[in-house]
Write a new protein. Sequence first.
Lengths: 113, 110
Amino acid sequence: EAAVTQSPRSKVAVTGGKVTLSCHQTNNHDYMYWYRQDTGHGLRLIHYSYVADSTEKGDIPDGYKASRPSQENFSLILELASLSQTAVYFCASSDWGNYAEQFFGPGTRLTVL
Amino acid sequence: LAKTTQPPSMEAYEGQEVNVSCSHTNIATSEYIYWYRQVPHQGPQFIIQGYKDYVVNEVASLFISADRKLSTLSLPWVSLRDAAVYYCIVGGSGSWQLIFGSGTQLTVMP
């Protein structure tokens, strides 16, 4: 039974449109993360959260917002989607005190046209 | 955070032992070494972590040189399912941030 799930698994969006990617975890973890991965490259951190109702910027936050309404849920919001945001987005969670052992979801493939 | 250097690709036959090396010449005393792997169309998966010497779990073993500047992930008896990109990451024990490089693409041949 998957502990980190993401929805949708794939999405096609239009330039300038709003996109919301959702993540749900059943690990009871405090930390949650959003990464993006471009083809042939490693993952880059966009936003993270260590407690509900609070989010922090990662390495590449521009053009993205995040929302953590509960411990289990973490959303990534693209208010004005752009072509450059075409990528695969991964959500992850980790336990307080063992941050580096992160559990990843299956990813969302986003294509912006 | 220390930078890591890995070979971009490796090949092995099923049943072989595979050793993936990682250089982290600027590793700080507070930093640990973590290994993840990513199969196509899935998120990365944690494999093992270590600070020094030798660590082993049910999936892999990790050898860390005495000066901690080099680590080697060892995968015994690889199968086709082990074909993946393997990432070596260095970070502090209290650091939540994982910096993924380009990793090592392992191809397993039948």
